[in-house]
Design a binder for this molecule. Structure first.
Ligand SMILES: C[S@@+](CC[C@H](N)C(=O)[O-])C[C@H]1O[C@@H](n2cnc3c(N)ncnc32)[C@H](O)[C@@H]1O
Length: 211
């Protein structure tokens, strides 16, 4: 139970099939990609449209690839669960390891970033309202949060609400996380299925931190 969690998921809805601490699941690096090429190319385009050169970027819930376009950002900080994965990520200037199901805070100042990216990972959050609020805290006013999801997951680690939801309901869940955080305005959701991509749908919710 987390007293700071806005009422997004019930105790039953946040359950994982594998209820060991997440640190045990992520102790081995997984140097794989988590979506098809079409999805990842479209996500990179989306980042190119939403981010500006020189931005300070947090790649939250990251791994060894960041999906960023070939642009120059002033600071790219990674966050994830596995040190070896993050060390392999050549877009990161620095990184932190933190289990957000154990501690929903991030070790950054208020307004430290212009963009927070959370790719293909939000299904693992047991306290998504508190974490998305924390993303809002570390974003500068007017900064942008991009949360992307596909229809893939590690099913034993995704929360029950996600596992049992239809694809449309998953989009609604992400939107409810952003709403519950209470820090964002101008939320917009993109839904696409790129041609030649038999498997993944591109869904990204983009929200601006209130000024
Ligand atoms: C499917 S991978 C996606 C990695 C990366 N964002 C990408 O697009 O390739 C899921 C990621 O969620 C993050 N994650 C899962 N459980 C987490 C937790 N309890 N706390 C923090 N991050 C977590 C890990 O960084 C893990 O690499």
């Amino acid at each position: 139970m987390n007293a700071n969690e806005p009422a997004v998921l019930s105790e039953a809805e946040r359950k994982q099939v594998d209820d060991r601490p997440d640190t045990a699941f992520y102790d081995q690096p997984r140097l794989v990609t988590h979506a098809d090429e079409g999805f990842l190319a479209r996500l990179t385009d989306l980042y190119a449209a939403e981010l500006d050169a020189g931005d300070r970027v947090l790649d939250a819930m990251g791994s060894w690839v960041s999906h960023l376009p070939d642009e120059s950002y002033s600071r790219v900080v990674g966050h994830g669960m596995n040190e070896a994965e993050l060390a392999r990520n050549d877009r990161l200037d620095e990184w932190v390891v933190r289990d957000l199901n154990a501690d929903q805070t991030l070790p950054f100042d208020d307004g430290a970033f212009d963009a927070v990216l959370c790719a293909l990972s939000v299904q693992y959050l047991q306290y998504p309202g508190a974490v998305v609020a924390e993303f809002g805290r570390v974003l500068a006013p007017g900064g942008v949060l991009v949360v992307s999801v596909s229809n893939r997951m590690f099913p034993t680690k995704a929360v029950r609400a996600w596992r049992e939801a239809s694809p449309a309901d998953r989009v609604a869940l992400v939107e409810s996380y952003v709403d519950a955080a209470g820090r964002f305005a101008d939320t917009r959701t993109v839904r696409e299925r790129p041609a030649h991509d038999p498997f993944d749908a591109v869904v990204a919710t983009r929200a601006a931190r209130e000024r």
